[in-house]
Design a binder for this molecule. Structure first.
Ligand code: SAH
Length: 329
């Protein structure tokens, strides 16, 4: 919903101000048309139906995986592609993976989004419309900014969206922002005081390898990024999740687990999330089950809490790092 246009349209028609709030409340509860908004006058519902699209995004197609994951390919008014994913878990959790940009300006070598054309930042409304799209099909409880783009490079829009997500059932505590380690963004999140989870895509325990995988490391090197995360933990007291994508023969050796464990102090500030690699058109191979298990044990025996990410939606290219709007499929 273009909220500015909603306000203007209502004002032009001489409607009281609270109407905008009524429309928003319906959308946040999953309304898929103005016709459902029964506390608005019928003439107003008809007028809005004619004049104001319900979403800033148009659905181009949707794919469903056998594990219940749904991926939507949406387009902005300018025609830029945006992908969003709904993940359903056995415990009933329904978690959204949201995009903050169309494409991504960064060029991490293992990520499909980094190889598509970067088309720019999304507005707060375009971020919220991804969530509203899935809200029409049921309740939501978690969101992660782990779709296309680098959320910390579009933090105003991301935080604005986060102020409205609770109305859809997604509190800030159940929202995570994942970053390549964009320090100015991490510092602003710390200063915001919001209880949003910070997740850092680390992927390598030393600068040379990290720069090879993630060129942004030349700008914001490992030690400085981890300092920013420690400072954030000291201020907001939320555990920082360290994302580590498991690449066979690249970053999955025992010594690398030891080096990673050494970096993560104080222990209570961090938790590692090992990510099985999802295939893209890069030459990289994911680590096997045993390598991931061994890496996990090496970390755990050094006191580092570890989880291994459940892979969702791989068959529809909806898993981590696969969002490329069909470009790399
Ligand atoms: N730009 C932010 C948000 C994207 S989050 C960031 O990088 O953190 C997407 C997560 O999936 C990141 O941790 C990213 O490094 C990881 N990822 C990228 N490509 C992947 C792939 N092919 N398989 C598994 N994880 C991948």
């Amino acid at each position: 919903m273009d909220r500015d246009l909603l306000r203007e349209t209502l004002e032009r028609r001489g409607e009281p101000r609270y109407r905008a709030g009524q429309v928003w409340a319906w959308l946040a509860r999953g309304a898929g048309s103005y016709a459902e908004m029964t506390d608005l006058p019928a003439t107003l519902r008809d007028a809005l139906e004619r004049e104001l699209p319900l979403s800033t995004l148009e659905l181009e197609r949707e794919a469903r995986a056998s594990d219940g994951t749904v991926k939507a390919l949406l387009r902005t008014a300018r025609g830029n592609p945006v992908e969003a994913v709904l993940m359903r878990y056995r415990d009933g959790r329904r978690s959204l993976c949201l995009s903050s940009q169309s494409g991504c300006p960064l060029t991490c070598s293992f990520c499909a989004t980094g190889r598509m054309r970067f088309a720019g930042n999304l507005s707060a409304d375009e971020i919220l419309d991804q969530a509203l799209h899935f809200r029409r099909n049921g309740e939501l409880d978690h969101a992660v900014f782990m779709g296309m783009g680098e959320p910390m490079m579009n933090l105003d829009a991301v935080l604005e969206a986060c102020t409205l997500l609770p109305g859809l059932g997604i509190t800030n505590r159940r929202t995570a922002i994942s970053t390549v380690g964009w320090i100015p963004g991490i510092e602003r999140l710390s200063a915001s005081g919001l209880p949003i989870r910070l997740a850092l895509s680390l992927h390598a325990p030393e600068d040379e390898l990290r720069s090879a995988l993630m060129p942004v490391n030349d700008r914001y090197p490992l030690a400085e990024v981890l300092d920013a995360c420690r400072a954030d933990h000291a201020i907001r007291r939320r555990t920082v999740f360290i994302e580590y994508v498991m690449l066979a023969g690249v970053n999955d050796r025992f010594e690398q687990a030891v080096a990673l464990a050494r970096l993560l102090s104080p222990r209570e500030a961090f938790k590692v999330n090992l990510i099985p690699y999802n295939p893209t058109d890069s030459h990289l191979q994911g680590s096997g089950r045993d390598a991931i298990a061994g890496f996990r044990t090496a970390l755990e025996s050094r006191g580092v809490p570890v989880t291994v990410r459940l892979t969702r939606g791989r068959e529809i290219a909806a898993a981590c790092g696969q969002l490329a709007a069909g470009a790399a499929a």
